[in-house]
Design a binder for this molecule. Sequence first.
Ligand code: FAD
Ligand code: NAI
Length: 469
Amino acid sequence: MADQFDLVVIGSGPGGYVGAIRAAQLGLKVAVVEKWPTLGGTCLNIGCIPSKALLHASELFEEAGHGFKQLGIDIPAPVLNLQQMLAHKSDVVASNVGGVDYLFKKNKITVFRGTGSIPAAGKVLVTPQSGAAQEIETKNIVIATGSVSANLPGIDIDEKTVVTSTGALSLDKVPGHLLVIGAGVIGLELGSVWLRLGAKVTVVEYLDRILPGMDSEVARQFQRMLQKQGMEFKLSSKVSGVQKDAGGALKVQVEPAKGGQAEVIDADIALVAIGRKPFTEGLGLEGAGVALDERGRVKVDGHYKSSVDGIYAIGDVIAGPMLAHKAEDEGIAVAEILAGQAGHVNYAAIPSVVYTNPEVASVGKTEDELKADGVNYKIGKFPFTANGRAKAMLATQGFVKILADVETDRVLGAHIVGKNAGEMIHELVTLMEFSGAAEDLARTTHAHPTLSEAVREAALALGDGAIHI
Ligand code: FAD
Ligand code: NAI
């Protein structure tokens, strides 16, 4: 007699594994189906975690090479040991995915290894790489199969010279010239890694700006900072073809986005970073009657239920920002809903961080969105050049920008470019969770000297004025 579960989650990424843990904590009998050899999904294996390991290591390499002298630290030029840097990345990944194994055991979650498909509501078929398929019975199914890199038509990805983020996290030598297609988060983060390690980096972007979706003033200033570091941009341009010569070198055709004369750029590696698409292949959703939207995402209602009772979906495979913490919070919410509680995610207060140097962090509305919505808003800004701690750290690039409603003073959005912006954004996320006003933040004592004082000063600028400018 087959086991009967309360919940079977397909996919063990941040959405799936966090949802499984919360469901088990709430007393449900839970299983997870995962087709990869390790748990943790894109984020832990080939996404957030390995990229941050390389971003951290390459930032220190850069700093040791260029930033120490002014601080009075004279050292010989650092020598890159790329194999060790990649080994550090692999160790960090192993430690994180091992952590999920531990948490599953601790919470008595059963793991089935293989590809999961859904013959009908209440049933999940697990097909392992070898051996017989097995059918599991369950009251509820959560689809958490995530996303995969999008590709350009006619461009063959071999993950050696024409790569997605996965190949770009494992290059065995620093490319002479890395051509990045797409000035989004992946392009700028992984472009930064290889730029710091010595590559020439050219970013080709279809639109006339970088980081679409981010506040456009922030994006403009951030682009200048990256250019100062040596990153080159070709905006309003598209790649129309990539040819490989016999020796493996690439000839990349780049033409104006609107069409016109193409130029050919020589490169050693091309990184395709034009977005990610939801992954539902092999799940048998059509047979099960699960509806998809026009972009191939599983359609869900406000409780993450698909068009079929008993089948739910969360994370990158449904609408919304493709972010690990968004997937995690949906995992918790769906588990709570299945356990009879009121699970909920506040989509108006999901932070987003680009882990470059400086970092870019934002939450809530951009100025562009407020303008388009006709909202009567005010802006409070404060530059890190006027922050004592930033001066001490030689980290004066960037600024804090807070947007608030003119009548109510309620904070509607916040955008930070600067060192540790990704940590600083959270006081604004919390403020927005509580529907806070700029004055609440302006009257909150901040320790001195900290970078976070710039956040408070931006809030003060929304009232009677910042003190230090
Ligand atoms: P995923 O993490 O994609 O996990 C899906 C899992 O499902 C995978 O393990 C897959 O093997 C499994 N699966 C799929 N189909 C089946 C099946 N039929 N049967 C069994 N198993 C199946 N987000 C951030 O918030 N911060 C970051 O810093 C960040 N950095 C990133 C860097 C890179 C290079 C990339 C590529 C992404 C990054 N992201 C980041 C995005 C983040 O990784 C995703 O938003 C997140 O992983 C989505 O989680 P998920 O649970 O929806 O799916
Ligand atoms: P993205 O959506 O962030 O950026 C893709 C970029 O490619 C856009 O600027 C787009 O205009 C451009 N583009 C699209 N087609 C193009 C073409 N044909 N030629 C040139 N440019 C083109 O996607 P990206 O960077 O691939 O990342 C995928 C997802 O992964 C993102 O949605 C992001 O949320 C997530 N991610 C998050 C990270 C973080 O939170 N720090 C880090 C890395 C990824």
